[in-house]
Design a protein around this ligand. Structure first.
Ligand code: FES
Ligand code: FES
Length: 157
């Protein structure tokens, strides 16, 4: 079956009884989406369905059929005002990643948040990001980068 991923229709094979993260990574080679806990707790597998973040490790692939899937590989293309999404730019500037494993999930979560709220308070940033875990403890830099991303988004609006 075809899935619409990052604006392209891709043949994903049979979707029944398969979780979206495995279809993306194993079937389609989109390994930017990371598998962490595999149980919906850590957020490292976050992608968007119709612009809304979901945890692909607990999302049946069949739920994604007929919807627009966005992964980290396609995020920059969602933001025509700049080469990168402001969240990507801000994470680079702040050198947020340590091991990097959680980062695509952090960025996909933060990008949806900044798109919806380009003038967030620090408390709103913490609330938006608190369910994305980082074993390396980069939380302080994540908060700084999301704040900076919101500034960039406002400047580019
Ligand atoms: S790998 Fe999906 S939430 Fe942890
Ligand atoms: S940067 Fe290592 S888990 Fe977050």
């Amino acid at each position: 079956m075809e899935l619409l991923i990052n604006g392209q229709k891709l043949e994903a094979g049979r979707l029944e009884n398969r979780l979206l993260v495995y279809v993306l990574r194993d079937q389609l080679g989109l390994t930017g989406t990371r598998l962490g806990c595999g149980a919906g707790f850590c957020g490292s597998c976050t992608v968007w369905l119709d612009g809304v973040p979901v945890r692909s490790c607990v999302t049946p692939a069949s739920e994604a059929a007929g919807r627009a899937i966005t992964t980290i590989e396609g995020l920059a293309g969602t933001y025509p005002a700049a080469e990168l999404h402001p969240v990507q730019q801000a994470f680079l500037e702040a050198q947020v990643p340590q091991c990097g494993w959680c980062m695509s999930g952090q960025i996909m979560t933060a990008a949806a948040f900044v798109n919806a709220n380009p003038a967030p308070s620090d408390e709103e940033i913490l609330t938006a990001m608190e369910k994305n875990l980082c074993r390396c403890g980069t939380y302080h830099r994540i908060k700084q980068a999301v704040r900076r991303a919101a500034e960039l988004a406002r400047a580019q609006a």
